[in-house]
Design a protein around this ligand. Structure first.
Ligand code: ZN
Length: 279
């Protein structure tokens, strides 16, 4: 199918349908893995474990295999999760997180009934990875997000730079944590160092006004990434460089606005990286 011929609406609908199938497939795959394990079928194929089978035979990466097996064990222990996974209320990451928590809790000799597990899993429904991590971290401190430390920085040159920067603040705060240092560095970069000029007619001042009015966020999606000032009525059609005709957009929203204004065909000619044709 040549996807570039689809209407925007059909493209979005098809994608939604595919993802629904993907979710149902993951549940089915977990159920199949469960049955393969129950029959010890991986042994017949001379694999020492289900994990080894999943990596070597099914070509999953180790991480992908571990996640699916983890979800499989959760589905085995808490059958009520199956429907929640099929609808997307609980995604694979939620399932892995919950199963990891239950394993840790079991090691600490805290046993949960299936009902209690399901109640806990319901607390993760619809949550972002960070929020979900917080929920499980409150139950088991081992699951807490670890605070940033300097020795977590793998890049030695960067670690050295950060330590030197920390040294610069040592007179104010000798035991500065990495989080505190990053706050400080970001504040330095983000502070509005340009003095506000009284003259509002210069172009730079108009642009600054637009950015300030938008709160330094894309006015369409709220992103703070790669912000650009867009002419609502294009300059080519007589749009002016005045605040009422200007808005702050992130690059992606600006490109989408251009696609809507001048048409996809013409715009794809200008765009390089983000839009490619797959058929
Ligand atoms: Zn945006």
């Amino acid at each position: 199918m040549n996807l570039s011929q689809l209407t925007d609406q059909n493209l979005l609908e098809n994608t939604r349908g595919l993802v629904k199938q993907e979710r149902e497939l993951i549940v089915e795959i977990c159920r199949h893995l469960r049955e393969i394990e129950r029959r010890r079928l991986f042994s017949t194929l001379k694999y020492t474990s289900l994990l080894e089978y999943a990596v070597a035979e099914l070509k999953y990466s180790e991480t992908q295999a571990v996640r699916r097996i983890s979800a499989m064990r959760l589905l085995r222990d808490v059958p009520g999760v199956q429907d929640k996974m099929a609808t997307g209320e609980i995604n694979l990451s939620h399932a892995v997180l919950a199963q990891t928590l239950f394993t840790k809790e079991k090691k600490a000799r805290r046993e949960y009934s299936a009902e209690l597990k399901l109640k806990l899993i319901e607390k993760l429904a619809g949550k972002s990875a960070r929020e979900a991590q917080k929920v499980v971290g409150e139950i088991n401190p081992d699951m807490k997000i670890k605070p940033l430390t300097f020795d977590m920085i793998e890049d030695e040159v960067l670690r050295e730079k950060l330590l030197r920067a920390k040294g610069k603040f040592a007179h104010q705060n000798p035991g500065m944590s990495l989080t505190e240092l990053l706050h400080k560095l970001c504040d330095l970069v983000l502070q509005d160092s340009a003095p506000v000029r009284p003259r509002a007619d210069s172009k730079a001042e108009v642009l600054r006004q637009v950015r300030r009015r938008a709160g330094e966020r894309c006015e369409h999606c709220g992103s703070v990434h790669a912000l650009e000032v867009d002419h609502i009525l294009p300059k080519a059609r007589g749009g002016k460089d005045e605040p009422a005709n200007l808005r702050l957009l992130c690059r992606a929203c600006n490109q989408r606005a251009a696609i809507e204004k001048i048409g996809a065909k013409k715009m794809f000619g200008y765009l390089k990286a983000p839009v490619r044709h797959y058929s």
